[in-house]
Structures are given as structure tokens and as C-alpha cells.
Design a protein around this ligand. Structure first.
Ligand SMILES: *Cc1c(COP(=O)(O)O)cnc(C)c1O
Length: 426
């Protein structure tokens, strides 16, 4: 079969089934085009994208500014490796560090790589700056975390599906309950070798679990008290998704007046990925100030593709779009409307227990067990009605549309969701 030939959904799925590893369980829809908040399947049916590739496509599908930057750079210079300088990386690093108010940026490609990088920086800092004995450093992580799929990262996951039969696991991690400052202080008090605390400002994969008011600020204060690095994994929550440029929102240049909830919390190490490229290209980064980032010297860490000219051009364009189109503000405003509309509907429907989230990172909790297929079945019905979403767990559905959505489009989506839930037969 020629790669240019049109293919039916059924055939495309069959090809993946036969020739691809079965490491995902996709909704049975085969997409072939995207634009803004919409995607189209190979049969031409149009859908609202309510997942945004796990919040990578915050700027909307095929954003012309990002695509143009990518294509222009691809025609000019794509990859040099870091054996040589390229004329784009420094410009991007300046732009991104000014945007997020850090001294330095270390460029990688995927989110998991950026998390690995942050863990390495944290450990090296612990030995060289904090004075922890060699190989004794511990990093505190949270239960139900999701930080990626590498061997080290799954070592501190507590999802049996992600972990089982992938051992032996990497040592040096202490797991505590999320959203529990007492547990954090206890872990800090009883372990003198703690180097860092790695945390998601909102646990996305766990089902959009929003911590209590003041949790991040309290955690940061405890980290300061015990001289431990506060490492924020904003791969999913960052880049305007939660209604601010960052969910931790240090003194960033985001929406200010629209900053509700958690006041300024500045991580010692910030991890970004996903929407850092608007979904056009794999771009991730670790940001920190000099006192921390300077522990990394030539040869300590690297990536052939990390910081390549296309990634740099795409990263700058993608961040530019977020600022230019005030996506943090839009996410904040639309998120308030989304939760208000659903909160009005939920008491009339015993299928949904609640809605939670911040900005346009939201989830509904289905009134059924984790083992039930109800959430999956609802997503299938939503697909029929022209809206694509996916359960995070058996009974939680995440709703995360591109942030370029208009209010009219959002209300249209709310009505699709409500109509689907109303007609849904359990
Ligand atoms: C998606 C995600 C990652 C991993 O990113 P990949 O690009 O898939 O490796 C890490 N942390 C969080 C919070 C994520 O949502």
C-alpha cells in the first residue's frame, strides 16, 4: 500500500494492531487533520479535541505562527548537535529564561527526559552544594505521581501497570502522600539526606487532582527550611493550561489580575515540555538559577537533539503565541465558565459526581467504580457526538481543550457533554 493512498479508519487501526506494539489503548478514531480546536478523522468527520494531546496542543492544532517558524527553520538548518553552536539556541534560551524568570535553561526533547535531567541536577547539587555523602541522596516524590515512562521514573510510580516486571528499580526516592504538608515535613525531618521534592502542581494523570489552597506555598517553605530543592513538574500544568502561565506562577508575566488561588511559588527547578512547542515538535526544558544549574558541566549531560535549531525556533514561536493571544487569561475565563455550567448540571444527573480543575485542565468524576467501563463508554458516546476526550482512570474523564477556544465554542462543547450525559444509558 502506498503511504499516499487514502486509508479507512478500520484499515488504519488494523495496521497498528498488526505492526505496532500495543502500548496504548486508543479510542477508535483515526485522525488525519487538525486546525485550532478541531480535528478531522479519515472519513471527514469533525471533532472538538478535548484532550489536546495531553495538553501539548494548548496553542491549537497547526498554529500557523508555529508551523511557519518550524518550516522556515527546517528549510534552513535542522540539527547540528551540540558539538557546535547554532544561531537559534541562545536566542531561545534568552527568550524562555526571561519568560519564566530563571537564569538558565537546559534543553531536552520529551517530558520524561526533562524529569530525568531535573533529578540528575538535583542529585549533583546535593553532593556538590549541600554536602550529602556520595550516593546517599534521596528525592521525595508523591503517591499517584506521573512523571513519565523511563526506568528511573517508573521506579517511583505506584501504578502497578506502569511498574510491574520492569524492575529492578532505581533507589533514592521516598514516597509520601500528595497534598499532605505534614507528611512532607515528617519525611524531611527524619531523612537528613533529602536533596529535593518533586511534585506536580496539579496531578494530571492521577485524574486532575487539585491540591488544597496553600499546599504548594507550604511545600516550598518547607523545602527552604530544610535546604531541599523544590522541583515542579509543569509538563502538563504549565504554558497557560491552568489559567496562568505556570500553575506555580512565580513572578511570571502572565495574567496577574486573573491569578486566583495559589499565590506566587517559585520552584528551584522548573520542568516544562508538551505545550512548550505547541505540539508541533518534541521540546522540553529544565530551568533553574545559576547556583543550581552551574553544577552541570561539559560532558555531564546531553542529548543529540536537545536544543536543536528547529526546537529553538518552535519553542520561541509557541511561547510567543501564548503571550500574544493571552491564552492564560482565556484558559482562566473559559475554565470558570466550564465548571460553573457543569456544576449547574451535575445535581440533575446521577451519572456524574463532581467536576474539578483549574483553568482548562478539568475532569469529571463518574459515579461508578474504577473497574467499570462507564467512563470509556461515555467517551465513545462523546466521540459519536463530535467531541474527543479520554478517561484518565476507570471513572475519571479529563477535559482539556486547546486554549485558543472561543467562549461560543466552549458553550457548544458544554452542550455536547451535557446532552451526551443526559442521553447516556448506564
Ligand atoms: C506527560 C508528562 C510527562 C512526560 O512527558 P513525555 O513527553 O510523555 O515524556 C511528565 N510529567 C508530566 C506531569 C506529564 O504530564
Amino acid at each position: 500500500m502506498s503511504v499516499l493512498e487514502k486509508i479507512t479508519s478500520k484499515d488504519a487501526i488494523a495496521l497498528e494492531e498488526k505492526h505496532g506494539a500495543h502500548n496504548y489503548h486508543p479510542l477508535p478514531v483515526v485522525l488525519s487533520r487538525g486546525e485550532g480546536v478541531f480535528v478531522w478523522d479519515v472519513e471527514g468527520k469533525k471533532y472538538y479535541d478535548f484532550l489536546s494531546a495531553y495538553s501539548a496542543v494548548n496553542q491549537g492544532h497547526c498554529h500557523p505562527t508555529i508551523v511557519n517558524a518550524m518550516v522556515d527553520q527546517a528549510r534552513t538548518l535542522s540539527l547540528t548537535s551540540r558539538a557546535f553552536y547554532n544561531d537559534m539556541l541562545g536566542k531561545y534560551e534568552k527568550y524562555a529564561t526571561e519568560t519564566f524568570h530563571f537564569d538558565k535553561l537546559l534543553p531536552m526533547n520529551t517530558g520524561a527526559e526533562a524529569v530525568e535531567t531535573a533529578l540528575k541536577i538535583c542529585r549533583k547539587w546535593a553532593y556538590e552544594k549541600k554536602g550529602i555523602a556520595e550516593n546517599a541522596a534521596e528525592i521525595i516524590v508523591c503517591e499517584n505521581n506521573f512523571h513519565g515512562r523511563t526506568t528511573t521514573i517508573i521506579s517511583f510510580s505506584n501504578d502497578p501497570v506502569a511498574r510491574k516486571n520492569f524492575g529492578p528499580y532505581t533507589d533514592g526516592f521516598i514516597k509520601i502522600e500528595y497534598d499532605n504538608l505534614m507528611a512532607l515535613e515528617e519525611a524531611l525531618k527524619t531523612n537528613e539526606n533529602v536533596a529535593g521534592f518533586l511534585v506536580e502542581p496539579i496531578q494530571g494523570e492521577a485524574g486532575v487532582f487539585v491540591p488544597s489552597e496553600g499546599y504548594l506555598k507550604g511545600a516550598k517553605a518547607l523545602c527552604e527550611k530544610y535546604n531541599v530543592l523544590f522541583i515542579a513538574d509543569e509538563v502538563q500544568t504549565g504554558i497557560a493550561r491552568t489559567g496562568r502561565l505556570l500553575a506555580t506562577c512565580g513572578n511570571c508575566s502572565c495574567v496577574d489580575k486573573h491569578c486566583s488561588g495559589e499565590p506566587e511559588v517559585k520552584p528551584d527547578i522548573l520542568i516544562l515540555g508538551k505545550a512548550l512547542s505547541g505540539g508541533a515538535y518534541p521540546v522540553s526544558a529544565v530551568l533553574a538559577n545559576d547556583g543550581i544549574m552551574n553544577v552541570i558541566r561539559p560532558g555531564n549531560h546531553g542529548s543529540t537533539f536537545g536544543g536543536n535549531p528547529i526546537a529553538a525556533a518552535v519553542g520561541m514561536a509557541a511561547l510567543g503565541v501564548v503571550k500574544e493571544e493571552k491564552l492564560a487569561k482565556n484558559a482562566y475565563v473559559l475554565g470558570e465558565i466550564f465548571r460553573k455550567e457543569l456544576n449547574e448540571f451535575i445535581p440533575t444527573c446521577n451519572l456524574v459526581k463532581s467536576v474539578r480543575g483549574k483553568g482548562l485542565l478539568n475532569a469529571i468524576l463518574i459515579n461508578d467504580t474504577e473497574e467499570s467501563s462507564t467512563a470509556w463508554d461515555i467517551c465513545m458516546a462523546l466521540k459519536e457526538n463530535g467531541l474527543l476526550a479520554k478517561p484518565t482512570h476507570g471513572n475519571i474523564i479529563r477535559f482539556a481543550p486547546p486554549l485558543v477556544m472561543t467562549k461560543a465554542e466552549l458553550l457548544d462543547c458544554v452542550s455536547i457533554i451535557i446532552r451526551t450525559l443526559q442521553t447516556f444509558k448506564q
